[in-house]
Ligand binder design. Structure first.
Ligand SMILES: C[S@@+](CC[C@H](N)C(=O)[O-])C[C@H]1O[C@@H](n2cnc3c(N)ncnc32)[C@H](O)[C@@H]1O
Length: 266
């Protein structure tokens, strides 16, 4: 059974001081101009980042892997990933530079230039909205684009997936989330960037785009539920992309993703 988002928010609020409620943007709606609210409902900023991190562990992420995060926002996930990964393994792309720097200051306690943590972990960042991933200089082992294809139109989703494919080697794993719809009539047909509203795609739209790039698309269950103040509830569905047919790695067997729940999309 899923937690009611309203109750989750109330419970969260009940554990905070009024100063924290203000500084953490708890009462702001998703998409508001605040480093937490901009990337989703502020009351689940912690769980949302942690669920993404947990999912990457399930997919076999080890500290030696090279990792690209597309649309790293205010480092909701990035703060956890950078701590876990060895130095020089984390790459983040984010067009909203101001919000990104707010995230750095609030999550890491100093600016990018002054942070000892950044000096230790040596991440690389690029500020662009062109799905230009040249910052990785080659390929990476893992890619995540969480809550990006829930806002990209047809052409932009194609470009996103093409660029993801360009940084994948034979054993890379990419995870792109989207809002899944069943009816073809509800599947978005327009181009552009839709934000903070969400758009949806059918499984077959996403898998067709993957196939055109020579990638294999898989789905599995993942409970990432968001509720905005206007009542819109969105559930991010993970699309897992590989070049080779799914075969559980040692790390995946160790960390326990329910491999049986991985299902190829046709
Ligand atoms: C819903 S937020 C998710 C942020 C982050 N993935 C997370 O889960 O915390 C979407 C993010 O995508 C960023 N974005 C917008 N256009 C983008 C593009 N063309 N390429 C990469 N990121 C983009 C936004 O600035 C925003 O930070």
């Amino acid at each position: 059974m899923r937690a009611n988002p309203q109750q989750l928010r109330e419970e969260f609020r009940s554990h905070l001081t009024s100063e924290e409620i203000g500084s953490l943007g708890v009462d702001l709606g998703a998409g508001s101009n605040h480093y937490r609210a901009y990337v989703g409902p502020p009351f689940n900023y912690d769980i949302n980042g942690a669920l993404q991190f947990q999912f990457m562990l399930d997919l076999g992420l080890r500290e030696y892997h090279r990792f690209l995060e597309i649309g790293c926002g205010s480092l909701r996930l990035g703060r956890l990933l950078m701590m876990y990964l060895l130095p020089s393994r984390y790459y983040g792309v984010e067009p909203n530079e101001e919000m990104f720097h707010e995230g750095v200051r609030n999550n890491l306690g100093a600016s990018l230039e002054d942070s000892d943590f950044i000096r230790l972990k040596k991440p690389t960042f690029s500020y662009n909205d062109a799905f230009d991933f040249s910052l990785v200089e080659g390929t990476v082992d893992f890619v995540i684009a969480q809550s990006i294809a829930s806002h990209t139109g047809v052409e932009e989703t194609k470009k996103l997936m093409t660029s993801v494919s360009s940084v994948m080697h034979e054993n890379s794993i990419a995870m792109i989330t989207y809002i899944r719809c069943v009816a073809e009539s509800k599947s978005n047909k327009e181009n552009g960037w839709f934000y903070p509203e969400c758009i949806s795609y059918t499984d077959s739209h996403m898998s067709k785009e993957a196939k055109a790039l020579g990638l294999i698309a898989y789905k599995t269950s993942w409970p990432l539920l968001n509720k905005r103040t206007d009542g819109l509830i969105t559930t991010q569905t993970p699309l897992i992309l590989t070049r080779k047919p799914w075969k559980a790695t040692l790390a995946q067997q160790f960390s326990g993703l329910n491999i049986d729940a991985i299902e190829q999309l046709v």
